[in-house]
Design a protein around this ligand. Structure first.
Ligand SMILES: O=C(O)CCC(=O)C(=O)O
Length: 228
């Protein structure tokens, strides 16, 4: 994948190691990290699928509602709906690319299969947000609240460089646990953890050679509309 032309802010934060204080933190049930779900070969195949998607639906730089401040991650989507954000329209799902106006490419079968195997809910996902993190990119603590089906989890797949992920409770101020997500890992926020605050503190450059040019991809599958 070509490295998108963007300047990522320098990140001086160090990964936070697990402390005895963190050991006492309770994360809502329904948060799971499944390490190494995708083999090295499966990661390569999925990366090839994602590269084709990015050719058809190029990465764009989303901006924050109202302020127009750019995110440090680049994004695109696949599936029926895609998550976008810009200054005027804010956070939302839409069936077309923010820049090209084309419908999003279909979701790769391997992602649909992961959802069937792991999501534990009745219907398929409708959206797969593809986040590309160059070195220095991060994602602030947030809840995923733009979907109308709380019975469906958020399922995400990591590819490429390791990242320091944090997850907390249902309030922004709740204590957080930090952990490293690696290429091939799957993370689930479901049940009571569906609306847990979470985010990416930093990407650890040079920890994977999967993504040409380095960086990390995160593929986040979500159900947007209600099942019934
Ligand atoms: O990159 C990740 O692992 C988390 C992505 C995320 O939180 C999101 O897309 O809402």
């Amino acid at each position: 994948m070509r490295k998108p032309a963007m300047t990522a802010p320098p990140d001086k934060k160090k990964p936070v190691s697990k402390t005895s204080q963190q050991a006492s933190i309770t994360i809502p049930a329904g948060f799971r990290v499944l390490a190494g779900v995708l083999s090295a070969a499966a990661q390569k195949t999925l990366l090839t699928d994602i590269e084709s998607i990015i050719l058809a639906a190029p990465l764009f730089q989303p901006t924050m509602p109202r302020t127009g401040k750019p995110f440090s991650v680049m994004m695109t989507n696949c599936g029926q709906l895609g998550w976008v954000s810009d200054k005027v329209g804010g956070y939302r799902y839409q069936p077309t690319h923010l820049v090209t106006g084309s419908t999003w490419p279909p979701m790769p079968q391997v992602l649909l299969d992961l959802w069937t195997d792991l999501a534990g809910c009745e219907g398929p996902p409708e959206a797969c947000l593809i986040n590309y993190y160059p070195a220095g990119a991060k994602m602030g603590s947030h809840q995923d609240r733009d979907e109308n089906e709380p019975r469906a989890p958020v399922l995400s797949v990591s590819l490429g460089d390791d990242a320091v992920f944090h997850v907390g409770g249902l309030k922004r101020t709740d204590p957080k646990v930090r952990m490293t997500l690696r290429s091939g890992d799957v993370c689930l926020l479901g049940g009571p953890a569906r609306f847990a605050f979470h985010g990416i503190d930093r990407v650890l450059p040079g920890t994977s050679d999967l993504v040409p040019g380095g960086g990390r991809l995160n593929l986040t599958l979500r159900r947007v509309t209600r099942f019934d």
